[in-house]
Design a protein around this ligand. Structure first.
Ligand code: 13P
Length: 249
């Protein structure tokens, strides 16, 4: 049985005051025996969030990482640094990185490998644009994004990773994929992995992301291949985030 997982991606939001408030709210949540909770703040808030949540079961991740271990890479943050500061997860390949910062499949795979080398669990994001969905390319595109990582990291690497299906047209738009649309892609992701290893496929947590809210989380989680959510906007409101977590537990 796979555990549920709900991850908040705070993106580039927050201030010292709002982060302190969110941490206070997170500390009050009751944890579920069968579902985990994690948050991914902007880099600068990571140390205070790790400290603030130290007495809880909630873990912390970063939203991006360098593919390089160290060196003259102005503005970058290495996986080793994230691990030293108490991160458990790191998001790689978010569509905002792929589209706004030109993170290619190859770079995403290198970031994935760099994260695992220091023991971080990568959350690999895949997903199609509206044009790609309308052209009927969703399943092939998601498969390509996944295979780019499997080809360079190996299938066993997915036993220490999480995959998040995030259709670009559903991110921050209030337009969620229907539970059937999401389940179809999740099942495809699991099948692609199963071709290489049925054991890895069976254990892989696959999250859905894209306008997940308190009122649509339960119907998404009711599907057999949807193991949780990667939540943007609603993760900044403690009541909404708590409701999504409760739906997963
Ligand atoms: P929203 O939940 O705001 O649509 O964002 C989804 C997302 O991109 C999470 O990584």
């Amino acid at each position: 049985m796979r555990r549920g997982l709900v991850v908040g991606n705070w993106k580039m939001h927050g201030s010292k005051a709002s982060v302190a408030e969110l941490v206070t709210g997170l500390k009050r949540l009751t944890s579920h025996a069968d579902a985990d909770l994690a948050v991914c703040p902007p880099y600068v808030f990571i140390p205070s969030v790790v400290d603030g949540l130290a007495a809880t079961d909630i873990t912390v991740g970063a939203q991006n990482v360098s593919d390089q271990a160290e060196g003259a890479f102005t503005g970058e943050v290495s996986a080793g640094m994230l691990a030293e500061f108490g991160c458990r997860y790191v998001i790689v390949g978010h569509s905002e990185r792929r589209t706004l910062f030109a993170d290619s499949d190859k770079l995403v795979a290198a970031k994935f490998v760099a994260a695992q080398q220091v023991g971080l669990t990568p959350i690999l994001c895949v997903g199609e644009s509206l044009a790609q969905r309308e052209a009927g390319e969703t399943l092939t595109l998601v498969e390509e994004q996944l295979l780019a990582v499997i080809d360079s990291a190996g299938i066993q690497a997915l036993s220490k990773a999480v995959v998040a299906y995030e259709p670009i047209w559903a991110i921050g738009t209030g337009k969620t994929a229907s539970p059937e649309q999401a389940q179809q892609v999740h099942a495809h992701i699991r099948q692609v992995v199963a071709k290489a290893s049925s054991t890895v496929a069976a254990g892989l947590q696959i999250l859905y992301g894209g306008s997940v809210k308190a009122d649509n989380a339960a119907e998404l989680f009711a599907n057999q291949d949807i193991d949780g959510a990667l939540v943007g906007g609603a993760s900044l409101q403690i009541e909404d985030f708590a409701a999504i977590y409760n739906a997963a537990g």
